[in-house]
Design a protein. Structure first.
Length: 134
């Protein structure tokens, strides 16, 4: 629910597009736009909603003026965004129908079986290429 309010109050547009590399979603603050990878329209609703929630977390960070350049900030915001997506995913349960389903389910499994730090280690691995480039 908070994501819909954040996207609406910030007047952020959501659209589908071709995205670079393995990105599922991308928020561009200067354009007030969240771009979702085209093929998400064929994903499960729950998996696509998890990606949108991840990006809405970045919109919220921008609205709350939490955005700062640099690697440390990048890791902090990505962890928050992934945690929002994982929280949603854990409430809808595993699907195992698509690659994104499997990735999200693996994050939930790591958190449930090995604790938050294991999940965070995996998230850091996912975002390292992006954050280290900053």
């Amino acid at each position: 629910e908070w994501a819909v309010e954040v996207l609406s109050s910030s007047r952020t547009k959501v659209t589908f597009a071709e995205l670079p590399g393995g990105e599922y979603g991308l928020y561009v603050p200067s354009e007030r736009t969240v771009y979702l990878r085209n093929w998400l329209i064929w994903e499960t609703r729950e998996a696509a909603a998890s990606v949108l929630l991840h990006e809405a977390s970045h919109v919220r960070d921008t609205m709350e003026r939490l955005y700062r350049p640099g690697k440390a900030y990048c890791y902090q915001t990505e962890v928050r965004a992934y945690q929002a997506a994982v929280d949603l995913w854990s409430s809808v349960g595993p699907r195992y129908r698509t690659i994104l389903d499997v990735q999200l389910t693996e994050l939930v499994r790591l958190r449930n079986e090995y604790g938050e730090s294991s999940m965070l280690d995996r998230i850091h691995g996912y975002v390292r290429p992006v954050c280290e480039a900053r």
